[in-house]
Design a protein around this ligand. Structure first.
Ligand code: GLU
Length: 452
């Protein structure tokens, strides 16, 4: 078999979505598993829908995920300037497989055609305008989808005469995808299921241009947990938005690996390299996967715990400027403390914000004995000589015993007074980091604010 060559062919019409990342990842793994090439092509022929900066952003994200393409990026608009598509569209016209149409809008019925799938201009021999495919009637058009592992076919009578080259000289996706996959030597084209309806058009273009058909595979749709296809409107499915929410690239990638592909065993954790090694097209799933946020959180928690101390620390610094302003020793102590307790980097502010910004405690969070608890804690903590966990623990536990406090209630009041939250890392570890002066200052501030 020839060396495998795959490609990712995004249109720069918006942000990279989770489905696009999945197509890129599977295409990359398919090629790299066999030491083949993974190419990148920017399909920027729809100038009206192009979003400025999108093509650069897509490349930046692919690099961030380690999906590095081979060779130069192929930019379709550059190939338009070189006249590549126009020449071949004209060839199709001269060979009777396409025709010119200069009409503003089609009006097939009025012109006596039974179905509006057939364009009135197809037999008029016009010499200018857009170029459209002249689809034959009554032919079977078929291919074997290598993801679905089955033959998919159409009756050509149900396929419409489709524009291949617009009157402005720009190709449509249908023409450009075929020419470029051929010219780039693509052996396997993977794409979203949305594109299945256009496949018969492409199959005809392949045939008429005399090109060898690559393997074509359509990936399943990713479903929203609430039903239906995952859509941009229902929460963040853009890769950049997920990164901004505090998901690590390795977690997003590992999550995406299993959104439509499964290994032979039940293994779940894969680095990109491990995934490439394990990748086998037989693992493509036939049923639609669901975008499960809890699973993504689980992966992310796992990868956060795998980070080296300084990696986690730098990520937290990048995320929170107040944290970045603390001295190094404190930073490391805090990041170590939260490592086991966050699933997303963005959980950090909520969980550990009290270390670097004082918040007014919510009185409603205190238990009935809070005044007594705080007064005694204040007295005891003042007497701690070595502000270390052992001594603090020992003094507070003795106090709880002597006064017959309920341990849980006591620590909860202390936690609320110091951290203004019921959910924090262990309070004893936290006050060690916060320091004696600041801990006592916060307790006293609460005490003095309590009326009667
Ligand atoms: N430009 C198309 C897209 O962004 C690519 C489809 C394909 O890979 O053939 O979905």
């Amino acid at each position: 078999m020839d060396d495998i060559r795959t490609r990712f062919a995004p249109s720069p019409t918006g942000p990279l979505h989770i489905g696009g990342l999945r197509t890129a990842l599977y295409s990359y793994a398919l090629a790299k598993h066999d030491s083949g090439d993974f190419l990148l092509r920017i399909e920027d022929t729809d100038k009206k829908r192009e979003v400025p900066g999108a093509k650069e952003k897509i490349q930046e994200l692919l690099r961030e995920f380690g999906l590095i393409w081979d060779g130069e990026v192929v930019i379709q608009s550059k190939r338009v300037e070189e006249g590549v598509y126009k020449k071949l569209a004209e060839k199709l016209v001269s060979e009777g497989h396409a025709f010119y149409c200069d009409c503003k809008a089609r009006n097939a019925k009025e012109e006596g055609y039974s179905k509006d799938l057939r364009d009135p201009c197809r037999d008029k021999g016009k010499a200018s305008g857009a170029i459209k495919l002249k689809v034959p009637d009554g032919e079977k058009i078929a291919f074997t989808d290598f993801v679905l592992e089955k033959e998919v076919f159409w009756d050509s009578s149900t396929v419409s005469d489709t524009t291949l080259l617009k009157s402005d000289g720009f190709p449509t996706y249908h023409l450009a995808v075929v020419i470029d996959d051929n010219d780039m030597g693509i052996t396997h084209a993977l794409r979203g299921h949305d594109w299945m309806p256009s496949t018969p058009i492409h199959l005809l273009v392949y045939k008429y241009l005399g090109y060898k058909l690559p393997e074509i595979g359509h990936l399943t749709d990713i479903l929203d947990p609430e039903g239906g296809k995952l859509s941009k409107r229902k929460g963040s499915t853009s890769v950049e938005a997920l990164l901004n929410e505090g998901y690590l690239p390795e977690s997003i990638l590992n999550f995406v690996m299993l959104l439509g592909w499964a290994p032979k065993d039940n293994r779940e954790l894969f680095s990109l390299q491990e995934f490439v090694k394990a990748f086998d097209p037989k693992g493509f799933q036939k049923s639609n996967p669901v975008f499960n946020r809890d699973k993504l959180d689980w992966f992310n928690g796992h990868y956060i715990r795998q980070l080296a101390a300084d990696e986690l620390n730098s990520k937290l610094k990048a995320q929170n400027s107040k944290f970045a302003g603390l001295d190094k020793e404190k930073q490391f102590a805090i990041s170590n403390l939260v490592r086991e307790r966050i699933n997303k980097l963005s959980d950090f502010d909520e969980l550990a914000g009290f270390f670097f910004e004082e918040r007014k405690p919510d009185i409603k969070l205190f238990g009935p004995k809070h005044r007594e608890h705080l007064q005694s804690a204040n007295e005891v903590l003042e007497k701690v000589e070595n502000w270390e966990k052992e001594e603090i623990d020992q003094k507070l536990l003795t106090l709880i015993k002597d006064k017959e406090f309920k341990t849980g209630d006591f620590f909860m009041d202390l936690r609320v007074a110091i951290c203004s939250s019921k959910i924090t890392p262990p309070i004893n570890d936290s006050v060690v980091i916060l320091g004696k002066e600041e801990t006592i200052r916060r307790i006293r501030k609460v005490l003095s604010s309590l009326t009667n």
